[in-house]
Ligand binder design. Sequence first.
Ligand code: SAH
Length: 577
Amino acid sequence: MSGKLFVIGFGPGSFEHITQRAREAIEDSDVIIGYSTYVDLIRGLLTDQEIVSTGMTEEVSRAREAVRQAEAGKKVAVISSGDAGVYGMAGLVYEVLVEKGWTEKTGVPLEVIPGISAINSCGALLGAPIMHDACTISLSDHLTPWELIARRIEAAGMADFVIALYNPRSGRRTRQIVEAQRILLTYRSPDTPVGIVKSAYRSREHVVVTTLEQMLEHDIGMLTTVIIGNSSTFVYDGKMITPRGYQRKYTLSVDEQPLLPHQRLRVENEPWSLEAQGGSGQEPAGASIAQSVAVQERTQSPAAQPDSGTPQAAAIAVQSPPAPAHPQQSPLSWALEALAVLDGESEASSAAAARTVQSFTPELIFECSVSPGVANKKITPQQMMLLAEVTKDKGEIEYTPHHQLILRVPTAEPERITERLRAAGLMVSPIGDVVQIKACDFCDGEKKDSIPYAEQIQQKLAGRQSPKELKIGFNGCGMACYGAVREDIGIVFRKGKFDLFLGAKTVGRNAHSGIPVAEGIDAEEIVPLVERIVARYKQDAFPNERFHKFFQRVGEIEGYKWREPAKAEIETAACGD
Ligand code: SAH
């Protein structure tokens, strides 16, 4: 018996994207079985094969016919678009075979040939939207209860997966995509990039990059795949791009680093890792690799962090492999040690060899911000010289409008740098999506009454992870000359009490200052109040949602109501538009 079953995924629909093996199998077959549109797509490859083409809904009869003909001694190709194992024919063919008691040994030979699925072809046309953890969800509820599909959308939305929606809409199924958008908007910002690709690599190909909020304004049908970005997906030059990790550089995540690098990788210091939860007590071979992966996961997924405000959380974001847990025990050091023994070298020099291994530790760009203090704005020449020394030739120092110097230094030992800076009296803080305090100089220290409150806020909140960078402006008198009212949270000390401003928008044509929400707040109240405001923002904001947008969306924080700022009257330019 020479019968054989091929289950073939022929890719998105263009000849260049059909694999070599798929072509050979099609050429080799006596019979081609598939949905008529698909048979038409590969017709150019056919010679004298018999064609059994059926309608879309006749999948089961197609699978049965294929098995019957193969068992009768023919070579039969069952074709699916994309990959046959993704909402295609592969599963069905197996189901029919299983029913007949087929086994690989006794039954008709079967080969499943992989193809490029829509998630990959559409992803390529959009840019690089997949990149990170992604999933496919079919919105077709013909064979799957909607309740289950909705739960999956919910779970994927919550876990920040990039999502490829297959079968998003048909003539009759129009509500599913509306419902999917509604669910996703509860977890993701309305600005989240969304790609809509129709007929990828076919004659009527159409590609749109839009947002979660506006996606339904575009044509979505049976031949469309909709790709929803995750919280860090961005659009650049019309392309949708999801970064490989959530952070590319690393920074301090809290002001104080309680653990040294080698301590951080120990299981007891990673209570959230799989290793820690398994609790076998025995370190299996390759444990350090497992631990390194745990570090990457912990730093790349905000959701996986426990309370990122606690000192243990997210010590360092690592893009390339982190340093081995025990450098002296890495395979490379073993090899060097072995070489040293073979060479008859002394133990001392093999230890030296092991030490050189440490220099193989990948260097990453360490970023942090440096300032002379909360209230102090003066840097001494000695501090300047130290800054130059630690940055050396490969690093850089950036002066920002936020009273900070940002250091970027390639190093494998950030603690060395931060220790030296701190010893010289400099304040070192993490940067990125963290809380930052911008205080005035309190008239060179003359108006010093409110300095302790600024310092308390600095101590309690500065450097804590935040959905988006959050700036707290603190001014020591009613002049507010350092512009506290232009920050996300503005605090102004006046006549022994505090005024509070919330939700300034610092950029754009509709920039506005913070909404004055309260005056005369008792001095002892201000620190806990600001802590509660920041905690609410951390808890309820979408990833990447700016504070003013959040305040506007939720309408109220700590009893303070959002008020629409006055709109600027924009005059038409004299010379036209
Ligand atoms: N086996 C196929 C999927 C079949 S389900 C695969 O792996 O790609 C049918 C769905 O796939 C369509 O509703 C659409 O969402 C998606 N799809 C298949 N081919 C596509 C193409 N060329 N362009 C865009 N989407 C496509």
